[in-house]
Structures are given as C-alpha cells and as structure tokens.
Design a protein around this ligand. Sequence first.
Ligand code: AMP
Ligand code: GLY
Length: 377
Amino acid sequence: MSQSPSLPLDAAVVVAAAHAEGVSLVVLGPEAPLVAGVSDALRRSGLAVFGPNAAAARLEGSKAFAKEFMERHGIPTAAYGRFTEIKAAHAFLARQPLPIVIKADGLAAGKGVVIAESQEEAEEALTRFLAWGPVVIEEFLRGEEGSFIAIIADGQVLPLAGSQDHKRLADGDQGPNTGGMGAYSPTPILDIAMSERVRREVMLPMARALQAEGLPYRGFLYAGLMITESGPKVLEFNCRLGDPETQPLLMRLDSDLFLTLLAAARGDALPPELQWKKELALCVVLAAPGYPDAPQLGQTIRGLERSLDGATAKVFHAGTRVQDGALVTAGGRVLGVTVLAPSISAAQAQAYALAQQIHWPGMQLRHDIGWRARARS
Ligand code: AMP
Ligand code: GLY
C-alpha cells in the first residue's frame, strides 16, 4: 500500500475526530495506521476499536517478526533464514535449492517479494532488498493459494468464508505481483475440511499464542496460505481484511458486520459462526495503465452511469476521485466490479459484462478471475 498523505496516520488527529463525531466503534482498515499505533491511541482514549495494537500489527509490518512468531509457536510455514548482512545471506543462498524466495522485511505493498529461478536473480534481489533493511530468504512452496481471514478477539476465533486472490497482473498468473487483480468466494481449495484444518492448525494456535505473548488482539487476522501436499502453510499474515477478497466476502455476508465487530472490539463473546449467502461472489479489479510499477492517474472514467441492483452487482471504488465534476482515476487499483451469482460461470459472465462497459485509456484487467474454480467445475 502506498503511504498516501491522506491516510489517517496521525493518531492524535484520529482520536480527536472520533471523539468529535461521537462514534461508538472505530474499525481500522489499512495496515499503515495499525503499524503506526493508531489503534493504541484510540484504545487509550477509551474508544471501542477493532484492529490490533502496533505491537501485534508487526505480524504484517515485519515478515521476520511473523516468521519468528510462527516458529516459536509451531505454526506451519516455509523454512527460512533472516539476514541483515550480505556475506551471511550469500553463504545461506548458495546452499538453497532453486527456485528460492527473497522477501524484503518491511511493508512493501506486494512488491517486496521475488521468486528467483536462478542464483543471479536471487543475488540481485538480495542486494537490492538489503539496501532497504533486513531480508528473509524462504523455501519455495508448491501448491494452490487461498486466503483465510478470521476475527480474533481475546483468544476467540470466528472464521470468515474462504476466498482466493489473483496476485499476478496478467492472465494465466503471469507478470509481476500486484496487491491483487481479482478474487472470489467460496473457493474449492478452502472446502469445509480444509477450512477446519486452517482454523485448527493456524488460527486457534495464533489466537492462543498472541494471548500467551501478551499481545491482546481484537481485529481481523488474514492468513495468505499455500495449500501444499502436506497441508496449509502460511505465506503471510495481514492484520486487516484483504483487498480484493473483501469485496466478494462482504457481498456474501448475511450476518450483521457492525454488531459482530462491536462485540469483538468490546471483548464480548462472539457468535459461533457467521452466516453466508450460498451464492458465489466474484470481483474483477480494473487497474490503471502502468500498475503496479508506475500507475498513470487522472484519467476520466466512463461507463459507470448505469444503475445496478446492489444486491447482486456492485462497483467498489478504490482509487477514484472527482475532479472538475468528472470521476477520474486516482490509484493503481481503481475499481472492483463485484457480482453475486449462482455459479462460477454465471459470476464470470456477469462480472465481465459489467466490466466491459467501463473504460479509460489503458485500463488493465485480468480476463480469467476464478479460473481455478472454473477448471474444477
Ligand atoms: P507475500 O507478500 O509474502 O504473500 O508474497 C506474495 C506472493 O509471492 C504470494 O502470494 C505467493 O504467490 C508468492 N510467494 C511468497 N512466498 C512464497 C513461497 N515461500 N513459496 C512460493 N510462493 C511464494
Ligand atoms: N489481497 C491481498 C492483500 O490484501 O494483501
């Protein structure tokens, strides 16, 4: 995520605004305010807050912190080494099989990960990332990815439905990594049995470990998973909902989100489960030209005039603003075209029919969101 100046990172400003508005619950969305300690300040001022304190948000803010935490508590994840110094990193790298994964330690909005197919590529990434700070070198995991998000509150775990993101820019999972070009829920990779396994092997032990380490946690915990032959393994944690996983998840949610988050924020008992629509929801991201490296902004968005039946189709705004009376692009990922439909093929047909009506010069989108579910149906 970009460190946009409009992000609410100044804790004093957020606390003052929340009190001035008399809000009963503050939900922190993005990771930067969480890592900056905005939750801590809001809680200290007596407000009900959904979103972990800065100490626990290091699970997202530092890959090394997350890896060490998982190692201490036996949470399944890829084998790794952490380095701050080039000589030791090179020596470790020379002993690893290829491909190998090189990760920058801090927040990098999905751009701090290189899957190196050769030693040269690995060394280039290593040198580049070490100039910024610590680096994690990680075993390459084979399998299919899934996103599993749960509400964690004082050791309680309330899972959301499973979903699947599409991280690469281009069709067929080609091109550079992005924040996510589309998502859908539910996903066959996180069926009932696998979801139960993730709850038992990842989420419950994480909730207990956070308590045990004196890191009280009331917020979403997002596990980016690789479902390998030997079971689920954690690729990353986020301390928030995923983007674009949230768009399909919220289209499917039947329970009252506000009351659930308020209960979690107050430390009350959570319901045993959330209610979900049976249908499938699918989101196609419309991105700016040049995304993810250098998105070109300020282009007029056309084709959004048609009104939609909000229960089955919604266009979520991510990077837009109004300029001289026109809606223009204002971020790398601009819109999330999201539909609710009885099947994966119907969802794809409806989402792409809607996406086709929207345009600006150089608009980017993937044409195969949901392809893994489609291949299995
Ligand atoms: P991360 O930001 O750690 O989730 O990494 C971004 C993407 O890189 C993931 O969604 C995966 O597609 C890929 N990736 C990260 N770590 C690994 C790994 N250990 N093995 C295979 N792929 C990985
Ligand atoms: N879609 C992945 C994320 O929100 O980090």
